[in-house]
Design a protein around this ligand. Sequence first.
Ligand code: NAP
Ligand code: ZN
Length: 347
Amino acid sequence: MIETRGYATHDESAKFVPFNFERRNLGENDILIDVQFCGVCHSDIHQAKGEWGNSTYPMVPGHEIVGRVSKVGSGVTKFKLGDLAGVGCFVDSCRECSACKADQEQFCKVHTAATYNGTEMDKETMTFGGYSKHHVVDEAYALKIAEDQPLAAVAPLLCAGITTYSPLRKYNIGPGSKVAILGLGGLGHMGVKLAVSMGAEVTVLSTSPSKREDALKLGAHHFVVTTDRANLRPLAGTFNFILDCVSADHEMDMYLNLLDIDGAMVLVGLPENPISAKAFSLAGNNRTLAGSSIGGIKETQEMLDYCAANNITSDIELIPITEIEAAYERTIKADVRYRFVIDISTL
Ligand code: NAP
Ligand code: ZN
């Protein structure tokens, strides 16, 4: 086994302490990654704090992982020593079911091995994420990373990037689309950059007036503060697409009513409690309320290549691992600008 070190929480307090553990020895198709940076997703916070009711401890979170390949198994063809590699939200799946064959491994019919707070394909061996110095992963579930972008700012693409890219593509967002991004956090700011790059007219709907200038710098065309409902009235029935990136419980009808005929609101945010919406908010204007979950390996690579070609990375605040708890607190307060990334060399 390979000795490594991470940061773990042992319960829902989300108090993090150093944690020594082992990665498996490299199999034929495995690569060893010396992790350099790991993004801090709000999903880490939900799970560390047990908010989704599926948490197992000790938990080493982190699914926005980038680093360099320091060892390869005998059968590895996609990576060589020294290459950059990334790992997102899952590290294995059955590879044979209809979902895996359709490049939607995140919905594997047998088992998707989540990068952390999950189990390997044996459904027993716990998985540990990227708040750690080393990672071992089958090359089929690792992503190729371009050399010419700031690596720390690429890390968040592995989750925040693909989670926003995938629905924007699925709903054919492009020139002429009127898009609203709800919640300007880690996902939201990537949603803005990507939707703008695809040619859409983008409005940020935010509870934080202080983010106006940033939103416009990110490329958004309009910024609207949602805490004063009067601001939303002129927007009724105007958007083709709303990407809901909000991490906390919030009302649906107020936003659904902003959709134009045949418009869709896609939830990527995953608050703790069930949502509710009035049937009339959906029936009016033939609206769709839908969800979306990350993306498969093929689409994640497509997104990374797209971001490299279009010079898109995340706006980050780089932190030492010792500041992880403070970073969680600030993220919960909607005060992240716009993704915390851990410098793993501090671990
Ligand atoms: P984040 O950085 O904390 O951003 C969330 C944003 O939501 C905040 O910055 C804030 O934006 C807004 N917000 C927070 N509390 C709010 C409230 N009470 N009412 C209205 N708006 C509020 O989180 P993230 O990492 O982007 O993740 C967002 C959500 O997506 C989380 O629930 C996460 O678990 C989920 N997620 C889902 C997937 C998927 O595959 N579906 C993947 C990754 C993450 P403003 O200040 O602009 O209002
Ligand atoms: Zn995530």
